[in-house]
Design a protein around this ligand. Structure first.
Ligand SMILES: Cc1cc2nc3c(=O)[nH]c(=O)nc-3n(C[C@H](O)[C@H](O)[C@H](O)COP(=O)(O)OP(=O)(O)OC[C@H]3O[C@@H](n4cnc5c(N)ncnc54)[C@H](O)[C@@H]3O)c2cc1C
Ligand code: FES
Length: 388
């Protein structure tokens, strides 16, 4: 009786072991099959209705697929999902992800735009890319000069190593790609050159200092500002929408700090390149006079071109109200957008009809957007670049 009870128990234990073994084998087999299917599955990215088709592996990121195939989307965060610049239009977008929702506007989402760096391929997709992006090239440039303009801003000139300079529209920017042992960093930099200076790239780089001591300085700006003549830099470009309109209405330019770069390109292009007779008023905001650059050049245009005026606004240095520099430009104390309002826009009846171009830190750009909204300026008359 006892023996048969023991036999039964052993039988049950053996059955259970066999059962667990079978389940274990089945689960392993399932994972193996799944991994094989996922790895070997391929999806097709169709660009511009069959203009180009790329076969890519399942789960790979669209941003990387495109750059691996010579299509370089704009990006300031190198695929980190924070800059919002890598948006692409999908034919059949599906539900946006969390990061898409937090970065893109409702209008973008409704239009079918999604962030390429957040999109993992799970099926064939169709996307539309503008020709400006399709034409972007990646190539090596060589530094031909690096000059310090202010305590933090450097002027760097670069020429293509292969001698083949790309065409650009005045106001465009390029991206610098820096590969280190740890990571690849991509950052945007405005071109400060007009079409009269078409054989090279002119950059104004501000060394990004940390907000507190003992933190590291900016990765790419410190790399660039420390380049010497002959050093090589990997660049993609050109990109941009900060371009001169074809209208004839007066233009107000507002620059903050290193934001003068693309605005200098516009001003030189309009005055020296095109001989434009449009009324152009430039307002340049810096902390103190020694933090500003190209001041002499901008001031010199006032003598040559009566349709151009230049105003320097210092946020951390006092000047007497109504002070005019001996070169003829006005000096003000305060924030640049406030000085612009108090000394020009407040008393100009048709200011809401003018065009506004601005470029600088986010705080200044937000100030400008608020000011122009209060004045009732149409969105189509506002052009700006945000350096983030
Ligand atoms: C369209 C466009 C055009 C631009 N044009 C220009 C231009 O013409 N000139 C220009 O100078 N810039 C320009 N910028 C800005 C530029 O792209 C970079 O954002 C800038 O140079 C900083 O990059 P970085 O790699 O040097 O700094 P990052 O390495 O990205 O660091 C950013 C900041 O964070 C600080 N930091 C580092 N670690 C920490 C930490 N642990 N905690 C807190 N802070 C920390 C760094 O010191 C630095 O100040 C442009 C940007 C865009 C989008
Ligand atoms: S590359 Fe910056 S959000 Fe995608």
């Amino acid at each position: 009786m006892i023996e048969s009870l023991e036999d039964n128990l052993w039988f049950l234990v053996r059955c259970e072991l066999v059962f667990l073994l079978v389940i274990g084998l089945m689960v392993t087999l399932l994972f193996w099959v799944k991994s094989k299917v996922a790895v070997s599955k391929e999806c097709v990215v169709d660009i511009n209705d069959g203009f180009k088709k790329i076969v890519a592996s399942y789960s790979s990121k669209l941003f990387e697929i495109l750059s691996g195939n010579g299509i370089y989307l704009p990006s300031a965060c190198g695929g980190g999902g924070t800059c919002g610049m890598c948006k692409v239009k999908l034919k059949d977008p599906g539900e946006p992800g969390l990061i898409d929702r937090s970065i893109l506007t409702k209008h973008d989402l409704d239009e079918g735009l999604r962030l390429a760096c957040q999109l993992s391929l799970k099926q064939d997709i169709k996307i539309n890319l503008p020709s400006s992006v399709m034409d972007v090239k990646k190539r090596k440039f060589r530094v031909i000069s690096n000059k310090q303009l202010t305590p933090l801003i450097y002027e760097i000139k670069l020429v293509p190593v292969d001698g083949d300079m790309f065409e650009f529209e005045v106001g465009d920017y390029i991206q610098v790609e820096l590969e280190t042992k740890e990571d690849t960093y991509i950052r945007g930099y405005s071109m400060a050159n007009s079409s009269l200076e078409k054989d090279y790239i002119l950059l104004n780089i501000r060394l990004a200092v940390p907000p507190r001591p003992r933190l590291p300085v900016g990765v790419v700006s410190s790399f660039l500002t420390s380049r010497a003549k002959g050093d090589e830099v990997m660049i993609t470009g050109p990109y941009g929408e900060f371009h001169i309109s074809e209208n004839e209405v007066p233009m107000v330019y507002v620059a903050g700090g290193v934001g003068l770069s693309s605005i200098r390109a516009h001003v030189v292009e309009l005055l020296e390149g095109r001989g434009s007779k449009r009324k152009i008023s430039l307002w340049y905001g810096v902390r103190t006079k020694k933090d500003g650059y190209y001041i002499e050049e901008m001031a010199s245009f006032m003598d040559k071109y009566p349709n151009f005026s230049f105003n320097l606004v210092l946020s951390n240095e006092s000047v007497e109200p109504g002070m005019v520099n001996k070169q003829g430009y006005n000096l003000y104390t305060g924030f640049v957008h406030e000085a612009l309002y108090l000394n020009l826009l407040k008393d100009s009846l048709d200011a809401s009809e003018w065009e506004y171009y601005f470029c600088g830190p986010s705080l200044m750009n937000r100030g400008m957007i608020g000011l122009l909204a209060d004045l009732g300026v149409k969105r189509s008359n506002i052009y700006f670049d945000d350096f983030g």
